[in-house]
Every structure is written in C-alpha cells, then in structure tokens.
Write a protein of this length. Structure first.
Length: 440
C-alpha cells in the first residue's frame, strides 16, 4: 500500500533543502520582514541625506518655511541628537529584521536535514539583502538626491526622535564624556604621517594642502637652495660717487642693496634706500657709506626655518650667504623664505622673470641658473630625485656638471632616470639653456 500524498506541496531543492507551502502566518512574517527592511533603508538613507546637504541646499530649505523643512532644520541644529536617534533606531530595526528574516526562512525552507548548509544559506541571504537593500542602495540614492530624500524621510525621523528621546540622550551623554576624555589626550602626528596623508591627495591638491606641503619641507631646505646666486643679485661698489649711486638705485628698483669693497666677496654693508631719502639733495662729497647697516651673514647650509627665526629676532629682511671660505655665495631675503611655504609672492613693481618656457606637456627649456628647488616645483617631480647625485649643486647647470664632470657641448644629451637633459646653449664658462624632457 503506497503512502498518502502530503497535504502540503513540497518541492525538493538540491535534494536537501525543502521549500514549504506558504500559510497565513508565513505571509505575515514575510510582510513584517519587508516593512522592517524598508524602515532600515529609510533610516540609513536619512542619515546619509541629512549630512550630505550642502550649505546652499540648507539655505534653500531654510527659505522655504513649510512643516517638513522646519523639521529638517530643527534636526540639523542638533546633529548629535539626530545621529544618536538614527543610529540607535537603525541598529534596533536591523536586529528585528535579522530575527524576522531568520524565522521567515525557517518557515519557507526545511533545513533540518542539513543544518550547516541551512545556517550558511540563511546567513548569506540575510547579509546580502541587508547590505544591498538596507545599506548600499539607500546611501547611494540619498547622496545623489539628499534634499529630496531628507524631505521624504523627515516625518519618520521626527516620530522616532520622539519615541526614542530618552535612549538618544543617554547615548549623547556617554559620547560627551568620551569626547571630553579624548580631548585631554594629546594627538601626536609625525612628519612621516603628515607626508603620507598629503601624498594620498596628490591628484587633488588644494591651496591649503600646498601650504602644508611647504611647511612639511620647510625644516629640510638650506639657504643655498633658495638664494639668489652672486652673479644674479644687484650690488654696488662702495667707491661709487653719490650722484651715480642715486642713478643706480633708481635703476635697480630695490629697497635694500648690498654694498661691497673691491670684490663682491667682501660685502661691507646693506644700504637701505629709505636712509638715503633725507640726503637726496647732497652732492658727491656726501659720505653715503656712513648709512650702511651691518650685513647679516649666514652659511650655505643654514636651514631656512632657523633663518626665519633670525629674521624675526633681528628685525631684518635680508641675509648674505657665504661659502666655507668666507666668500659671497648668494643673497636670501625674507620673501624667498616665505615663498617656500605660500608660493610665489609678487607685487606691482615685480617684473615677470622668465626662467623657463613650456614647449609641450613633457618638454621644458630652463635657464641653467634655475635653482633645483624651483625646477622640481615647476616640473612637479619628487623632491629627493637628485639627492644622490647633485653633490653641492643648487642649479640645473650645476647638476649637469655633477652628472658629466665637464661643461658639455651644445646638443649633448644626458639621461637621468626618466629625464633627458639636452644642452641648448653653452659657452666656455657656463651652461646657459637646457631642454628637459620627461620620458613616460
């Protein structure tokens, strides 16, 4: 005698997991699960929407004084309370969803024969549904249209805010205590960590981040790297007649001029042009040398952060850079130091100094006297690229001499890593123009 057919239709899945018939209780569980998932998605999206609103969108909401907009503004004025409410209720709803979903799956499928597979299947299904439909999808939708999502969810958020007010206040009080304790703990950020953080934003550098990068490198730059070379700064001999001095001062356009005796290696003092103003009617017998101020001398390896302190303490704006033999190597000003942090500083009297031309995306032509520090900024390559080969060189021409050991002939090419230097103009004494090609 054959056994009777089961009253409930059963379909075997993989010969292990059996799908059972749906009765009224199962249908109610499915409905409850769907509602809980919808509320979870709504709360997740609401939190994302509220805190994705831009200032102009918030201003627009403030101007439209309807009930929903007033509620949104009220919630935004108490962000901690809003976050606490949404976080607490979302966790509570998610727990309810997980329990309801587990019960529903047990009603829909018979896992008694394969409990391990059943547990893994339930876990996978619940995690997938909650992650996709309860977290990812609502966040994407809310961030794309925060204003619209906030208006649609604000009534629900307001109801939950009132229902769970006590729990929210408990959360806020506890987080306030934690915040106060953390505020008393000093956070130490190393220079390496700061450098790594700035490198992460390499493709989206802002002006503020450029300043941070300048501050980071500030303590590692020598005066020699930013100075004007002795052949480039303007100086006047101390034997110059007063009338000729005035003409030279007008021609130079500088407010401070180094004065030397016999050779530029012997800087006698610094002439402040404002000190000349009371004496402009004097004749050539006037001893203008008495107006000179003592020059501030610094070695080539003086760090510019230390130099800045000296400028501040001594209330000066200019220093003469000397080499190891006491000869004049160059001149550095307060403006040169500050430009390492904030970038180029120009005023109405400055003339555009063309030290390079940009031929195409990967090709530049530089003057040989261009400082390596400026070259690296213009081409936007690593600051330590030449550390192992530059020696004492502080200009592109000096770097070429270090690489070749001689003054190269015109059109000679020098390859270094991903750069190709081509000598465009040279004489017996120095390299004048260099073409630089960035090889991909």
């Amino acid at each position: 005698m054959e056994p009777p057919e089961p009253s409930a239709l059963a379909i075997v899945v993989n010969a292990q997991i059996i799908f059972q018939t749906i009765d009224l209780f199962t249908a109610i569980c499915i409905l409850c699960t769907g509602i809980l998932l919808f509320i979870s998605a709504l709360l997740t999206g609401a939190k994302a929407a509220y805190f994705s609103l831009k200032p102009d969108q918030i201003k627009k909401i403030e101007q439209q004084t309807n009930y929903r907009n007033k509620l949104i503004i009220r919630h935004l004025k108490h962000p901690k309370k809003t976050i606490a409410t949404l976080t607490f209720t979302n966790i509570f709803i998610n727990i309810c969803f997980i329990v309801a979903m587990g019960v529903t799956l047990n009603l829909l499928f018979d896992f008694t024969k394969t409990p391990t597979i059943g547990f893994i299947s339930q876990l996978s299904i619940i995690a997938f549904i909650l992650l996709v439909f309860g977290e990812i999808a609502p966040k994407i939708l809310a961030k794309n249209k925060p204003e619209s999502f906030a208006k649609r969810s604000v009534i629900t958020v307001n109801i939950l805010d009132k229902l769970f007010h006590s729990f929210s206040m408990i959360l806020i009080n506890h987080t306030t205590i934690i915040d106060q304790k953390l505020a008393n703990v000093k956070q130490h950020i190393s220079m390496d960590e700061l450098s790594q953080a700035l490198n992460l934003t390499k493709n989206q550098i802002t002006e503020d981040e450029n300043i941070l990068k300048g501050i980071f490198k500030f303590g590692s730059i020598d005066a020699k790297e930013i100075m004007k070379s002795r052949v480039d700064f303007y100086a006047i001999e101390d034997t110059t007649l007063f009338k000729n001095l005035l003409a030279n001062v007008i021609e130079s356009g500088h407010s401070r001029i180094p004065i030397y005796t016999e050779t530029i290696d012997n800087i006698k003092g610094i002439l402040f042009i404002k000190d000349l103003l009371p004496h402009i009617d004097k004749d050539n017998t006037f001893e203008w040398q008495s107006l000179l101020r003592t020059p501030h001398l610094v070695p080539e390896n003086k760090k510019i952060n230390e130099l800045l302190k000296e400028f501040q303490e001594n209330k000066i704006h200019m220093a003469i850079v000397i080499d190891e033999y006491g000869g004049t190597s160059g001149l550095v000003t307060l403006e040169d130091v500050l430009e390492e942090i904030v970038g180029d500083i120009t005023d109405e009297s400055d003339e555009d100094e063309i030290i390079y031309s940009h031929m195409d995306e990967n090709t530049y032509v530089f003057e040989g006297k261009t400082l390596l520090n400026d070259f690296l900024k213009i081409v936007d390559i690593e600051d330590d690229l030449f550390n192992d080969v530059k020696g004492d060189a502080d200009t592109i021409a000096g770097l070429i001499l270090e690489l070749t050991g001689e003054i190269p002939e015109k059109n000679k090419k020098i390859d270094f890593k991903n750069l190709t230097f081509t000598i465009e103009s040279v004489d017996k004494r120095r390299i004048k123009l260099i073409k630089v090609t960035l090889n991909s």
